[in-house]
Design a protein around this ligand. Structure first.
Ligand code: PEP
Ligand code: CO
Length: 448
């Protein structure tokens, strides 16, 4: 049972899953105490600002776009990779803002998404049984026993890479990374042969005109030009999260200042588990991933524990049910939340319930399944008198070949061409843009 007393380390008294075991406990403690003394990565005022914006989204006044890598990698802590990710996020946000006619809250799966939950502990590689890769904060993707052994010093690289990524995001966002103001320069050429090209072109022209109009009106102040990009990651590696937790005396509360928002994964959301215990004590906005195995009572109990005051903006339910399950699983969830009068923001992650292995064993997802779960979720919410207030994607700004289909029409034979994800398959630049165009068109009938 979770008692009234909470501390950043009270989770140690609960059964924990997915957290690595380190051979050298002393080295782990040294690393954690170093991280504890490092400056926070984010400021508490920003965390509260996000919570307020999520509260707005809960009431339909904003829409949330959350996206980024499945697993960030240290190797990708580079200017061109980070700016490509930011560029596609901002372009999608611009399309959604225009289509939905409301401000979009941009949250990156960035600057800290380095720990991964896994379904199995071991895998066979070239006849050798090895511990699985658990994210670069924990072990290496190299398929050797040495590489796969958890190394506490990786947590320092994780902190440093998060700090460098966040620093670069901040300078791009405040320093006039104005790409989104020039939709006429977006890379739409690849859609030229498709029936949607004219519509996309007309839409981007309209967006450019709207931005131009706003600018000439002077309505677009210096502040409006700055895009805020918040950061988020799965709060999985509790030793690390504990070290990133600070007591903020002005507010009389603990915050995880390693990211603005954290989410609790579908594999670690057990009511009596260590993750639920940790999450209940931090004041950040929290996401809860909900897979098809969840039953509405346990989700209600979890929400009751994590948000006893029923504060708006605190809980985002991120359903990831799979296109085959969404029509069975989503309505009862919506109904039970409504009946219990719980205030939540509904978001849809159409990625994690739609993964499968292609013929040659490569993990992939079909673009059509991703679109279909997303559209179905919009429709089900409408039917139930609720609404979808956000979306959550695994995506990147680069031309990777990880998900099948889309107007760019990637086939199974293309998967090997540029598959660089360390974990799950991501939407590439054009697939991400196509998702945004499609979602916007759902909400906007007389679009162009
Ligand atoms: C993820 O978001 O990468 C993830 C592992 O999600 P889930 O907890 O929904 O499986
Ligand atoms: Co993933």
């Amino acid at each position: 049972m979770h008692s009234l007393r909470w501390s950043p380390f009270s989770w140690h008294d609960f059964p924990v899953t997915q957290v690595p075991h380190y051979h050298d406990g002393l080295a782990l403690q040294k690393v954690l105490s170093t991280i504890r003394q490092y400056p926070p990565l984010v400021f508490v005022g920003e965390v509260e600002a996000l919570k307020k914006q999520l509260a707005d989204a809960t009431y339909g006044k904003r829409f949330v776009l959350q996206g980024g890598d499945c697993a960030e990698s240290f190797r990708d802590c580079k200017a061109e990779v980070i700016s490509a990710k930011l560029k596609i996020l901002l372009q999608m946000a611009t399309v959604l803002c225009y289509g939905l006619q409301k401000p979009v809250v941009c949250i990156g799966r960035m600057a800290g998404q380095y720990s991964k939950p896994r379904s199995v502990d071991f895998e066979w590689v070239n006849g050798q049984q090895l511990p699985v890769f658990r994210g670069e904060s924990i072990n290496s993707i190299d398929p050797t026993l040495f590489g796969r052994t958890p190394d506490p010093f990786r947590l320092l690289t994780c902190y440093h890479s998060s700090a460098m990524t966040l620093n670069f995001i901040r300078s791009l966002a405040t320093g006039g990374f104005a790409d989104f103001h020039h939709p006429e320069q977006w890379e739409l050429g690849i859609f030229r042969e498709t029936p949607h090209y004219k519509m996309y072109q007309a839409l981007t022209k309209n967006i450019a005109r709207a931005v131009g109009f706003m600018t000439s009106l002077g309505a677009m102040t210096q502040d409006a030009r700055r895009m805020t990009v918040f950061t988020s990651h799965e709060g999985l590696h509790l030793n690390l999260e504990e070290a990133l937790t600070h007591f903020v005396s002005e507010r009389g509360q603990y915050y995880n200042l390693g990211a603005h928002m954290l989410w609790i994964g579908d594999r670690t959301r057990q009511l009596d588990g260590a993750h639920a215990e940790y999450f209940r004590g931090i004041a950040n906005p929290i996401g809860i991933k909900i897979g098809p195995s969840a039953n509405p009572e346990e989700i209600l109990a979890l929400i009751g524990m994590l948000n006893p005051e029923n504060e708006a903006g605190r809980i985002t339910l991120i359903t990831r049910l799979g296109t085959e399950n969404v029509s069975d699983c989503l309505p009862p969830l919506i109904q039970s939340i409504r009946k219990a009068k719980r205030i939540v923001l509904w978001s849809c992650d159409p990625m994690h319930g739609n993964s499968f292995k292609a013929k040659d064993g490569i993990k992939t997802r079909k673009f059509s399944d991703i679109l279909s779960e997303m559209m179905e979720s919009v429709r089900i919410h409408q039917d139930q008198g609720s609404f979808l207030g956000g979306v959550h994607f695994e995506m990147t700004g680069e031309a990777v070949t990880e998900c099948l289909g889309g107007l760019v029409n990637l086939g199974e034979k293309d998967l090997v061409k540029n598959y660089t994800s360390f974990c799950d398959p991501r939407l590439n630049y054009h697939q991400s843009l196509e998702v945004a165009f499609t979602l916007s068109s759902l909400f906007q009938e007389n679009w162009v």
